[in-house]
Structures are given as structure tokens and as C-alpha cells.
Ligand binder design. Structure first.
Ligand SMILES: Cc1cc2nc3c(=O)[nH]c(=O)nc-3n(C[C@H](O)[C@H](O)[C@H](O)COP(=O)(O)OP(=O)(O)OC[C@H]3O[C@@H](n4cnc5c(N)ncnc54)[C@H](O)[C@@H]3O)c2cc1C
Length: 472
């Protein structure tokens, strides 16, 4: 994601640059999962802030292309059902909030890659693995590669600028160490979140049922447990359950269904119990969901002509749906800084600092909540985390029945406004006053949606109709 968008940013530079995109994987011709992006099998929400950054980098409408390919557009304001951690369901306002895009991660990547290559046919994509940097602590001059599919690519590829967009497993700390840059500060906060995901065919009549989310509760000292039903292309639901350490969802179909039924509200289980499963349950592994940050922007020494973007710079607990958007916002910073010229001194540092500001936005939301879960590794809640959590809890409670509070929460979650948006006087007042409407503990369904849910609940409860069955 970061690599495609960085390539889009570089392709707009003047004078024109020759852009090479290296990926260890052979990239598929169709929207398909691949080895290098294991997280692609899990739910991926694209926030409005990320979409708008993508649209600014490409001269075509990414939104229109995604929708044409079957993606859905969901409004925060009234397009979703969401149960808050401890304050009942969000009200569904008539007025919309920012929109997010829902589809598979594979479709998103494919649409972006097609758009990129169509707009910039001279970009070359190579299958090759990057093993290190050429150059020294003053200036990076290219990369060392192996496993190139094209024999014309030697073991070294010289470049005027190198962008590391190799994701969560990036080797950049070692690569930098090898050219003499050491002592990069790091922070890792791991709530032990495990995601379990399964795809279903949307039952007939439920095609317009809203995105449904039961949020995890970070405030009760117990492991977080959550689940979401997400409409994706191809008339399918992607259903993702997530549990922090001690509350992990299981991989077996019966256990998966049971998990969703035992959440504070069983709605997700009721929706899927009678639905036809199209895949097995896929479970995320290891530390693939931790918050991890490399403070490159604070390093005393930094080489010219080398930047890192996307997950290579920072990763976030995916429950907040921010990683791809932060990658896009980082690529937008690169595009902006390139206007001053590729050779302008300090370019790399300015890009890192600008990208880090977007990382800060997502990091503060994710970490303030994650440090509250039991068994979290790498972080005790600091006073500021507790303060942020206290305020977020109040604001969320207010947002269940105050439009001002809800709109502020959507803007920050959708990355269309900085965190300071929630500190505007009107919003603070709403948070302190609490919700104007009384909390609802049953989902705010429209009559037609209530009918659909009742029908699915009844048909799913019949013997032999269990959505726990193996895919046919
Ligand atoms: C379970 C889960 C759910 C998520 N849900 C969301 C969500 O809802 N919304 C959201 O915005 N984000 C979500 N994310 C985060 C999102 O997946 C990442 O933030 C995003 O993919 C980052 O993009 P990237 O390009 O930096 O890294 P990646 O997308 O991981 O891409 C890295 C690329 O680098 C290649 N590569 C790696 N090493 C090398 C090498 N040495 N040489 C050559 N190529 C290499 C890989 O093959 C891959 O193509 C989720 C993450 C997880 C784990």
C-alpha cells in the first residue's frame, strides 16, 4: 500500500524520475491474497482521510473505481450499527459523517495498482527482495537485492532516492545499522490481539443490512472481545472477531460462532448463524497486530535520500482501521516535499517528520486504549494515557446521543481531522454533559432491518442451519 502510493508520489515529481517498485512477491493479475501481505485476509476499512490522500496522489477517482468493482461506502453517521464498550449503541443520525470504504484488502491493492500503472505506464515493477542499503551514513545510493525474477537486475540497484515501504517486517533497522546509523528509539505495545476472520455469502434479503460492530471494552479490566460484519465485494460479508490476550477468538467454526454469540450483544452471531460460509476461519498470527513505532524522525543522524513509510515506520492495532490511511498520508507528505526538488538538502528528514505527525494521530488513539487491556506487553498506562482513555470514554458515551460529540469522534476516527478536534469547546461541553438522548441497549434498527435480523435469527436457530458448518 505504502509502496504503491509512494510510487504515485514519485511519478509526479519534476523533473521526471524513473520509478522502480520492488516486491518480494510475484504480484497477482487479479485481486488475490498473497504471501507478503498475510493481513490481507482480515477486515480492512479504508478511512475517509486515507481515501482522500490516495485521491490526491492519483489523477483518477480511486473511490469510483472501488465502488465500480463492488466495494461499499459506509457513512459513520447512519450507515452502521455500533455497540460502544459500555454506553449502549450509537444513535443513527440523519446527517452523515465521513464515509469509509469496505472491500477486501486484495481488491483495494489491485485497484490502486491498476490505476497507478494506467496513469504512469513507465513505472517498472520487479519481483526482487531487498536485503540492504548501498551508501553510507551521509547518503543512501541504492539497494542490495536478491532473488530477482529478471536476470538483468544485478545484486545492486542504484537510486537517487530509496523509499522503504516493506511493511511491518521491514529490515530497515538492520540496514541502517550496516551503514552506520544506530540507536534508533523504538516502542512496542502489544495487547496480544488475535483476529479471526471468515467470509460468508450475504443471505438473500440482507444485502442492505448495515455494517455491524460490537466494540471491545478496554475499561473493565478484562480481555477485549469484539466482532464486526463488513460488507465486501461479491455480495459477501467478511466477519472478523478480535480478542486481546486471554480473550482470543478460536479458529474452529463452532467456536467462532459461539464467540460472536457470547459478546455483550449476540447480533453478529445471529446474522451469521444461518449464513453460508465461503471460507474457513483464518487467524492472525504472532505479533502481527501490535503497535510498533520506530522514531526515525528523532535520530541524531539520518542519511539523505532514504525515507520509510507505512508499516515500516509505524504499525497500529488494526481494531482502529488506520494503517493504510496513515501510509497514504505519509505518501502525500512525500509528494509535497518533492516539490522542493529531489536534491534539496534535508528532504528525507522533512518527509519523516511530516509522516510522523500523521503517525502521532493514529498512535495516540490506539495506544491510549491498548495499554488498558490485561497482559499488555511493553506499556504501563501513563498518566496521559489514563487521561486520554477517561476523556475518550466520556466522549464515546456522549456520542451515543449528541451529534457534536459523534461528529468529532467520526472525524478523528476517519482521520479527516487531527486529535485536537475533540477538544473544541462545543465537543468538550458535550463530553462533560453526557448524551442528550438516553442510551439504547438494543441496536437502532429500521423496521426492514429488524425483519431481516429476526428472520436470520429464527432460521439460524433451526437444527442443521448452523453457519458454523464447513464451507461447501
Ligand atoms: C489483521 C489486520 C487488520 C488490519 N485492518 C486494517 C484496516 O481495517 N484498515 C487499515 O487502514 N489498516 C489495517 N491494517 C493495517 C494495514 O494492513 C497496514 O497498515 C498496511 O498494509 C501497511 O501498508 P504497507 O505498504 O506499509 O505494508 P504492507 O501492506 O504489509 O506491504 C509490504 C510489502 O512489502 C513487501 N516486502 C516485504 N519485505 C520485502 C523485502 N525485503 N523486499 C521486497 N519486498 C518486500 C511485501 O511483499 C508487501 O508487498 C490491518 C492489519 C492487520 C494485521
Amino acid at each position: 500500500m505504502a509502496g504503491l502510493l509512494a510510487a504515485a508520489a514519485l511519478s509526479r515529481a519534476e523533473p521526471a524520475l524513473q520509478v522502480h517498485l520492488l516486491d518480494q512477491d510475484e504480484l497477482p493479475q487479479d485481486p488475490a491474497n498473497r504471501r507478503g501481505v498475510p493481513q490481507g485476509r482480515h477486515a480492512h476499512l479504508l478511512m475517509a482521510g486515507g481515501l482522500s490522500a490516495m485521491e490526491s496522489l492519483l489523477p483518477v477517482s480511486v473511490r469510483d473505481r472501488l465502488l465500480k468493482a463492488g466495494a461499499h461506502e459506509v457513512a459513520f453517521g447512519n450507515g452502521m450499527l455500533a455497540l460502544t464498550p459500555d454506553s449502549g449503541w450509537f444513535h443513527r443520525w440523519r446527517r452523515d459523517g465521513p464515509h469509509m470504504i469496505t472491500c477486501t484488502r486484495a481488491l483495494l491493492e489491485w485497484v490502486l495498482r491498476q490505476a497507478l500503472l494506467e496513469c504512469h505506464p513507465d513505472i517498472s515493477i520487479h519481483q526482487a527482495t531487498v536485503d540492504g542499503l548501498l551508501g553510507d551514513a551521509q547518503r543512501v545510493r541504492g539497494v542490495r537485492i536478491s532473488g530477482a525474477a529478471d536476470p538483468r537486475l544485478g545484486p545492486e540497484l542504484e537510486a537517487d532516492l530509496v523509499v522503504d515501504a516493506s511493511g511491518r517486517g521491514s529490515g530497515s533497522l538492520k540496514w541502517l545499522h550496516d551503514i552506520g546509523i544506530t540507536g534508533i528509539e523504538e516502542r512496542n505495545i502489544d495487547s496480544g490481539l488475535t483476529n479471526a476472520t471468515r467470509i460468508y455469502r450475504i443471505p438473500a434479503g440482507a444485502e442492505s443490512f448495515p455494517l455491524t460492530l460490537v466494540q471491545a471494552n478496554p475499561y473493565n479490566g478484562r480481555p477485549g472481545r469484539s466482532a464486526m460484519v463488513l460488507p465486501i465485494e461479491g455480495n459477501r460479508w467478511m466477519v472478523s472477531a478480535g480478542g486481546t490476550r486471554g480473550g482470543e477468538p478460536p479458529a474452529d467454526p463452532e467456536g467462532f460462532l459461539e464467540y460472536t454469540l457470547n459478546l455483550p450483544h449476540p447480533i453478529v452471531g445471529h446474522l451469521i448463524r444461518g449464513a453460508e460460509a465461503l471460507t474457513d476461519v483464518v487467524v492472525s498470527r504472532g505479533r502481527s497486530t501490535s503497535n510498533g513505532r520506530r522514531y526515525f524522525e528523532k535520530s541524531v543522524r539520518w542519511p539523505e535520500r532514504f525515507v520509510t513509510l507505512g508499516d515500516a515506520l509505524a504499525t497500529f492495532n488494526p481494531a482502529y482501521g488506520q494503517g493504510m490511511s496513515v501510509a497514504a498520508l505519509g505518501a502525500q507528505v512525500l509528494a509535497r516535499e518533492l516539490r522542493g526538488g529531489l536534491t534539496s538538502p534535508g528532504l528525507s528528514r522533512r518527509v519523516l517528520r511530516g509522516a510522523a505527525r500523521h503517525v502521532d494521530m493514529a498512535w495516540s488513539t490506539a495506544v491510549a486504549m491498548d495499554v488498558l487491556y490485561p497482559g499488555v506487553a511493553g506499556g504501563e498506562p501513563a498518566f496521559t494515557d489514563r487521561l486520554a482513555a477517561w476523556y475518550t470514554r466520556r466522549l464515546t458515551r456522549a456520542a451515543t446521543g449528541s451529534f457534536d460529540a459523534a461528529a468529532a469522534l467520526w472525524d478523528v476516527t476517519g482521520l479527516t481531522a487531527p486529535p485536537a478536534r475533540v477538544l473544541r469547546p462545543k465537543v468538550v461541553l458535550a463530553a462533560l454533559n453526557g448524551p442528550a438522548l438516553s442510551p439504547t441497549f438494543e441496536p437502532p434498527l429500521r423496521p426492514s432491518e429488524r425483519e431481516v435480523l429476526d428472520r436470520l435469527e429464527k432460521s439460524g436457530a433451526q437444527p442443521g442451519a448452523s453457519g458454523a458448518s464447513r464451507p461447501r
